[in-house]
Design a protein around this ligand. Structure first.
Ligand code: ATP
Ligand code: MG
Length: 224
């Protein structure tokens, strides 16, 4: 199963991705986490791992990728064959407790130019990735579409199932979240605002919590 974790900036995409990856791995599943956010440096810390080398380097670096794209008028295919998780070269992932982490690439310097090279390589990689029933690819996306309703519309327009994960839920905001969604039957779980998660997040530590909401989300995903 390939899962894209989307939402507005700071809503908890990387936190939910990390907690979910760990929960699925505890159940013996093989997990690939894809860090596709070029500007944030939090995910590998939440997973307690080293930041892997930029995957765009495998294709000669960002500038080479851009050249290939432009010379081919954006038709260049970076993958000749389908890949499995095992095909990812050793230099380009970190591994811990059944979770592999790879990174499309980060912005390392000022004025590096556009990030479309990383986006293109990763989009093609995900399209070419073949998974078994026991493997999950979790994509931690950069902050994007903010509106619950729009996310629902876009997913339906490409015939992909989508589910909402409410995060940082409090007694006060829960009702507002329900009012904002496209379809409340699509709300998979609500994860409360948790001081433990917040503290580890602020300190850049590996997340150690096992919230019930994430355990429930994991069981739900395994059941569909
Ligand atoms: N359930 C929660 N309870 C308390 N704090 C949380 C919770 N979920 C996330 N946070 C905190 O909120 C902040 C943003 O979380 P996170 O980095 O996961 O969001 P994000 O959506 O990935 O952000 P970005 O859009 O910048 O990538 C972090 O400090 C994190 O520790
Ligand atoms: Mg993030």
């Amino acid at each position: 199963m390939k899962i894209a974790v989307c939402g507005k900036g700071g809503c908890g995409k990387s936190t939910v991705t990390s907690l979910l990856a760990k929960a699925l791995a505890r159940r013996g599943k093989e997990i690939l986490v894809i860090d596709s956010d070029e500007s944030n440096y939090g995910l590998h810390r939440q997973l307690g791992m080293k930041l892997p080398r930029d995957f765009t380097d495998y294709f000669g670096g960002k500038q080479n990728v851009l050249n290939d794209m432009m010379l081919s008028k954006f038709t260049h295919q970076f993958f000749e064959e389908t890949w499995t998780i095992d095909d990812i070269p050793e230099d380009y992932y970190s591994l811990k407790d059944g979770v592999k982490l790879m990174s499309s690439g980060k912005i390392h310097q000022a004025n590096e130019g556009c990030s479309c090279a990383m986006g293109t390589v990763m989009t093609q990689f995900i399209q070419n990735l073949r998974l078994t029933e026991d493997q999950f690819a979790l994509m931690d996306m950069e902050a994007g579409i903010e509106h619950f309703k729009k996310i629902g519309e876009l997913s339906e327009s490409i015939q992909k199932p989508f589910y909402y994960v409410f995060n940082k839920v409090t007694k006060e905001n829960q009702e507002m979240m329900y009012e904002a969604v496209w379809n409340s039957s699509r709300v998979a779980v609500s994860l409360g605002a948790d001081p433990g998660i917040m503290g580890e997040g602020l300190m850049g530590k590996e997340l150690s919590e096992k919230p019930d909401a994430i355990e429930n989300l994991t069981e739900f995903l395994l059941s569909i």
